[in-house]
Design a protein around this ligand. Structure first.
Ligand SMILES: Cc1ncc(C[n+]2csc(CCOP(=O)(O)OP(=O)(O)O)c2C)c(N)n1
Ligand SMILES: [Mg+2]
Length: 1009
């Protein structure tokens, strides 16, 4: 409704420019022509109003004509030739100077009434320009008045006849012009093989192409080639002709889609299933996209979609066994581990033969949470990874399809964020086909109240994606649009959108009453025949099928459903792994589930990596490196010679050694190439040559795995989702996402909550994603201090009251059982080990890693090579190795802490000369909690008071997580008290003075005996 209203407002806005005004003459025409011509006038008027001569696309268009004319006056339509000759057109300053035109005017035949060989009169020129403008108007604005809405609830809001009359009155052509021949410009394909057409035919064809059941929005695209491609695919006569076989196939698919919902409605009338009724055509639509894409070379399709029609998609697009789907309705217990999810969230993975193309195809629907659109970037990441590992650099073999609801598509910001990944070199999936199941409602809210944009698809315009709106009640129009979308993707490898405009026959779910809130809409819906019946009637009427055939196809499918239903009844359990979307074949097989490979490496490996990492590019003589970076490289080299490492070198050692072992490493996030704190410098930039860079981690060993490091768009939600999706594809890759500051990771909260922390439990799907979260109270204020580690810890699934049985496998068993790992390392060596351990584990767990800021350069935050070489390993707790640790019996106080505060505490202890009285222990792996080591360490210090010191406020940091676990570890026999900042609503003070005061107080408190 809103959309049509806006379209009309535009239509009525005053014309900004009158360059084409000569054809807007008042002339009387008969009522017979009124409809077509009025429509034309609407578009013409719209075009002129919205596209003044000198603005964006019009200007480009005229410029293109002008350039073509400069090159060869015969290459443009004669009317343009005449126009440019008249010197009315002044080229913009950047255009080439006009060259002398040697062709005589009389060389051109203007058609349209001009006498061959004679100079065109000005009316003929104007009329040709007018026809061109009309054509262009249809191309630009035809979609505004196309018949897209099966319910036709858009039209009542149009301002009525008076507006139509106003527009019609401005139309320059009269009835007498309708039979006049007009030469067609090269920007239209409506003529097919004909170079000119009568005006009436031009209008009719344009009307059919642009204002019927398809509305194409594409003229905002900046590429002339792409615009022409779209024009051709919609305008060429006959593109909408389907063979009887094709029609029967559409009917059969629509029958299945409709039959599936009807069957569920019959068997499980009180169950929520978020049926597709009103937009059943989505199933044949998806199948058409997949058929055409497979024909064009695609072998694997990864889909993301919300609740609506999901079960139908699994059944009829993926061909997931129906009995498995029906079993989900039976309320059975699961036979395998995990907590499961509701049926309309589950994923699937199927390999099957595509019967239409006779090619094998892999289809995955990615499991997703209720959080609408959150799965979009995850699908993109998974797709990108699959393309990467297959060497599919142009997306020819692997593609993604994202299905959206209309309200969510325009309402959820992550859609925009995901769109903006679509053309970035390290994130593109080379074109996604977006399908909007547009039922013109979101729960109980209609578009007037849910969006400010004319269409729910406008977000796609930002990336120049063409948008194909189509009336979901016209199956053939839908199929055509799908075919074009698949071909568009295969040709340009860019996103496009299909807006399936349908309706929702029932309430939001099947037990919801829609009449409470949309009474008028639903009165219409009640009277509206479903799409299958409409299409069957059409095919019967035109003689393509008989009524009997229609019935028999439906009956056959119902039988299939009945048989599957009977089979489902024999099942006693559901199996979560039947719903896995990303199987890792071969990864778990034959592996000891509790055996961790060693993480220490040979010293020579460390030296080799260190040397390479500190070397300028091999062509150093020509490659000009910034002086400051030369110093960084020299400092790195010194460290290697001294066999010590700082943070950046420790990280590089972890990456380099994994690359050596064939593990792909991918690091992504904002400014990760240099590192927010300018410590990493993985990409060296030639100071004099644009785009000349050198990345030493890509040149460690000749047979190493690839290393990808990429600065991302300034998004957390989409990029973290993307990397999570990436990590789902290949277990033998280390995928890391780094936040600019840990503080910003909460804009990606639903990826953290819905996917990373709970994904394995819900969907039996593992991920070894690493989140690097700069964290630490360093006086930088409330938004540059805390990654909110307390939230990650609160979501950890280890039981605070349960001390697992102690054994050699204690640590790995804990890791196996928990949902994720939360750590805050204080040494480069521990960073090195924990990153390598991600791959050394026989399973995959996400790692939430608090990372340092000032520690990156802290002189004490260094590790000797010996802590990373063979035999060394990750230390969950770092004991006190000083005087206190050597003589624990006489220690008065044990301070447990985690993270950078350790260095402040040791400094304070030194100042107070309490090295023998106070032991400081670092809990490096906070979760799963090292119960065994805490117990062991506490036992060493029998007579000491135990405290937990943290720099975060009391209601934040690790305290609330560690407190009950300390008690469990100590069997409630000793107490652990809190030392640190008081509880606070904010994460940190904005005042430097207060920060220092608070820090000193907590350090004094912690170290005092
Ligand atoms: C992020 C988020 N917010 C709110 C909801 C609650 N919710 C579930 S469905 C729905 C309406 C969705 O409308 P639309 O996107 O048009 O899909 P439809 O149900 O119409 O197919 C809402 C608001 C949700 N699931 N996710
Ligand atoms: Mg909707």
């Amino acid at each position: 409704m809103h959309r049509a209203h806006t379209a009309f407002s535009l239509a009525l806005s005053p014309m900004a420019h009158r360059n084409f005004a000569t054809w807007l003459l008042k002339s009387g025409t008969s009522q017979k022509l009124a409809k077509a011509t009025a429509a034309a006038a609407v578009r013409t008027y719209n075009s002129a109003a919205a596209e003044p001569f000198a603005n964006g696309s019009t200007a480009t268009y005229v410029e293109e004509m002008y350039n073509a004319w400069l090159r060869d006056p015969a290459s443009v339509h004669t009317s343009w030739d005449a126009y440019f000759r008249s010197n009315t057109y002044t080229s913009p300053p950047n255009l080439a100077p006009v060259q002398a035109n040697t062709l005589p005017l009389t060389a051109f035949n203007l058609g349209g009434g001009a006498v061959a060989g004679a100079a065109p009169d000005s009316k003929t020129i104007d009329d040709h320009l007018a026809v061109q403008a009309i054509i262009r108007s249809y191309q630009i604005r035809g979609h505004n008045i196309a018949h897209l809405d099966p319910l036709e609830i858009n039209s009542p809001e149009l301002p009525g006849n008076s507006s139509t009359k106003t527009i019609y009155a401005n139309f320059s052509f009269g009835e007498q012009d309708m039979e006049r021949q007009f030469k067609l410009p090269s920007t239209t394909f409506i003529g097919g093989d004909e170079a000119s057409l009568p005006l009436k035919e031009i209008l009719n064809r344009l009307e059919n192409v642009y204002c019927n059941k398809i509305g194409v929005e594409f003229m905002f695209i900046n590429s002339l080639e792409q615009c022409n491609w779209i024009r051709k695919h919609f305008e060429t006569p006959g593109v909408l002709n389907f063979s009887p076989e094709e029609k029967r196939l559409i009917l059969a698919r629509l029958t299945r889609a409709t039959g599936f919902e009807a069957f569920l409605a019959k068997k499980y009338s009180s169950e929520k299933r978020f049926g597709l009724e009103g937009c059943e055509i989505m199933i044949p639509a998806l199948k058409e996209i997949i058929d055409v894409s497979t024909e064009l070379g695609v072998e694997s399709v990864i889909m993301g979609m919300p609740h609506r029609g999901r079960l139908n998609t699994l059944a009829n697009v993926c061909r997931k066994p129906l009995n498995q789907i029906f079993t989900q309705f039976a309320g059975l217990e699961a036979a395998d581990d995990g907590s499961g999810d509701v049926k309309y969230h589950l994923g699937t993975y199927i390999e099957r033969l595509n019967r239409v193309t006779n090619k094998n195809i892999r289809l995955a629907v990615v499991a997703n949470p209720s959080h609408l659109e959150a799965v979009d970037p995850v699908v993109q990441g998974k797709t990108r990874a699959e393309q990467f590992y297959r060497g599919d650099q142009e997306g020819k073999k692997v593609m993604s399809i994202l299905i959206h609801g209309d309200a969510a598509f325009c309402g959820q910001g992550v859609v925009y964020e995901t769109m903006h990944l679509s053309d970035l070199p390290d994130y593109t999936t080379h074109g996604t086909i977006h399908v909007v199941a547009n039922n013109q409602i979101g729960f109980t809210t209609d578009p007037r109240f849910s969006r400010s944009s004319p269409y729910c698809t406008d977000v796609a315009r930002v990336v120049n994606a063409p948008i194909f709106h189509v009336n979901a009640d016209d199956p053939e129009a839908v199929m055509h649009v799908c075919k074009v979308a698949a071909e568009w993707r295969a040709t340009f490898h860019k996103d496009c959108v299909i807006d399936l405009v349908g309706y929702r026959r029932n309430g939001h779910n099947e037990i919801d009453e829609p009449m409470f809130t949309q009474p008028l809409m639903y009165q219409k819906i009640r009277k509206h025949k479903n799409c299958l019946d409409l299409y069957a009637d059409k095919l019967i009427a035109e003689g393509t099928v008989t009524g009997e055939e229609v019935k028999s196809v439906a009956a056959k499918y119902e039988n299939i459903c009945e048989e599957a239903f009977a089979l489902a009844k024999t099942e006693t359990h559901v199996k979560y792994k039947d719903w896995l979307d990303s199987p890792w074949s071969g990864f778990f097989e034959g592996k000891d589930p509790l055996k961790v490979a060693p993480t220490g490496v040979k010293e020579e490996t460390l030296i080799h990596i260190g040397n390479r990492f500190s070397m300028p590019p091999p062509n150093a003589a020509e490659f000009v490196i910034h002086k400051g970076l030369m110093r960084v490289l020299a400092a790195r080299k010194n460290m290697v010679d001294e066999k010590v490492t700082d943070w950046a070198l420790g990280e590089a050692m972890a990456f380099g050694s994994l690359l050596k072992e064939g593990i792909h490493v991918r690091l992504s996030g904002q400014d990760v190439e240099r590192g927010t704190f300018s410590h990493r410098h993985h990409v060296l930039h030639h100071q004099l040559v644009d785009k000349a860079t050198y990345n030493s981690l890509q040149h460690m060993y000749p047979d190493q795995a690839p290393y990808s490091v990429s600065n991302s768009s300034l998004s957390e939600y989409a990029v973290l989702g993307f990397e999570h999706g990436y990590s789902m594809t290949n277990p033998n890759a280390l995928v890391l996402w780094e936040a600019q500051f840990g503080d910003f990771s909460n804009t990606a909260q639903s990826i953290i909550d819905q996917f990373i922390s709970s994904g394995q439990s819900k969907w039996v799907r593992q991920s070894g994603l690493v989140m690097l979260l700069p964290h630490g109270m360093e006086g930088m204020g409330p938004e540059h201090s805390s990654c909110r580690v307390e939230r990650f810890l609160q979501m950890s699934s280890d039981d605070p009251d349960y001390f697992p049985p102690e054994s050699d496998e204690f640590a790995v068993r804990q890791l196996h059982d928990i949902n994720w790992i939360v750590a805050n390392c204080t040494t480069p060596a521990n960073l090195f080990h924990i990153l390598r351990r991600q791959i050394a584990l026989p399973f995959r767990k996400p790692l939430i890693l608090c990372t340092p800021k000032s520690l990156l350069r802290h002189p004490e935050a260094k590790s000797p090579f010996s802590e990373m070489s063979e035999g060394s390993e990750f230390q969950r707790i770092i004991p006190d190795n000083g005087p206190a640790g050597q003589n624990p019996g006489s220690v008065k106080k044990v301070v447990f802490c985690s993270g950078r505060v350790y260095y402040d505490l040791t400094k304070m202890r030194a100042e107070k000369q309490l090295e023998s009285d106070v032991a400081i222990l670092r809990v490096e792996q906070i979760s799963p909690f090292p119960f065994d080591l805490v117990k062991e360490q506490a036992n060493l210090y029998k007579n000491a008071e135990l405290v937990w010191a943290q720099e975060e406020h009391k209601n934040q940091g690790s305290w609330t997580y560690v407190q009950p676990r300390f008690l469990t570890a100590l069997n409630h026999s000793r107490d652990v008290s809190y030392t640190g900042r008081a509880a606070s609503a904010s994460t940190a003070t904005g005042s430097k003075a207060q920060h220092i005061r608070e820090l000193n107080a907590l350090l004094n408190d912690a170290i005092s005996t």
